[in-house]
Design a protein around this ligand. Structure first.
Ligand code: ADP
Ligand code: MG
Length: 262
């Protein structure tokens, strides 16, 4: 992995007053949060809270209605190779005939010049990614033949093959059984130990509290952000899930501009 982590300002995902709309729907409203790289961050909140939208905004895919996002000092679109995205599983077409290795090779396409094929160093990266996720025995299988947990590993391998160090995962635990959940947790903890950054939209609050360090709680607005136990505290969860964020009840531990130690 390239070392992107040598200087501190390089090392933070900064969202400033981020407002994102789909037509008239406000999906994110004035979200300001700093997310340190090299950490596991859980993005929580009810359905429609803007979790997926925040991930897409950080990927530079949305034109923001207001505010800005910086990865280090750069606009997301200037550091695309650093950013890898794992879509929600429901959005992927599983009937398409494609092997595990071919999916992982897709991770190299963005780096290729038009019309070029994968070279030796591309194949080496693909092999390393397959190995890191224990996929060589499955490399020639059709992806649709795999279990949910195995499929998830394939998409993580594609992200690794890309050479990214910041991973934006949309509900990666959804639909996984207990074994696959533990396996994925283990992989993500290993990534963190290597200085990689994981930002995952997560449904399961207990899981987030157990394994993630930082919590970002959304309900269109930022309800709280900080160490996961604080951010996802009961009062904050109530505010997010019962909609009382709209009235800003007193006594809630709202942290609007979160700063974290790096
Ligand atoms: P979450 O991932 O937390 O469930 P989303 O970011 O997907 O929330 O959605 C936030 C809000 O934006 C919701 O009200 C949702 O209906 C709306 N939304 C998301 N994507 C689109 C889209 N492509 N077109 C219109 N509205 C959208
Ligand atoms: Mg979503």
């Amino acid at each position: 992995m390239e070392n992107h982590l040598s200087n501190d300002s390089h090392n933070i995902i900064r969202c400033r007053e981020v407002t994102a709309r789909y037509g008239r729907v406000v999906a994110l409203d004035g979200v300001t949060v700093d997310i340190p790289c090299g950490s596991l961050t859980a993005v929580a909140g009810p359905n429609g809270a803007g979790k997926s939208t925040l991930l897409k905004a950080i990927l530079g895919w949305l034109r923001l209605a207001h505010g800005e996002i910086r990865i280090g000092d750069a606009h997301p679109q200037h550091v695309l190779p650093r950013l890898a995205y794992l879509p929600q599983r429901q959005t992927v077409d599983w009937d398409f005939p494609i092997t595990v290795r071919e999916v992982v090779e897709q991770g190299r396409y963005p780096a290729l010049r038009v019309g070029r094929r994968l070279g030796r160093s591309d194949h080496e990266r693909v092999d390393r990614a397959l190995e890191e996720l224990a996929l060589p025995p499955l490399a020639n299988r059709q992806i649709r033949m795999l279990s949910g947990g195995q499929q998830q590993r394939v998409f993580l391998a594609r992200a690794l093959a890309q050479g990214a160090d910041i991973f934006l995962l949309d509900e990666p635990f959804n639909g996984l059984d207990r074994f696959a959940t533990e396996e994925l947790t283990h992989i993500l903890l290993g990534w963190k130990a290597q200085g990689r950054t994981v930002l995952a939209a997560i449904h399961d609050i207990e899981l987030a509290k157990r394994h993630f360090e930082i919590g970002v709680l959304l309900a269109t607005r930022l309800i709280a952000a900080g160490p996961v136990g604080d951010a996802l505290s009961e009062p904050n969860l109530e505010a997010a899930f019962l909609g009382s964020h709209c009235t800003h009840g007193d006594g809630l531990n709202l942290v609007r501009t979160a700063q974290f130690p790096t």
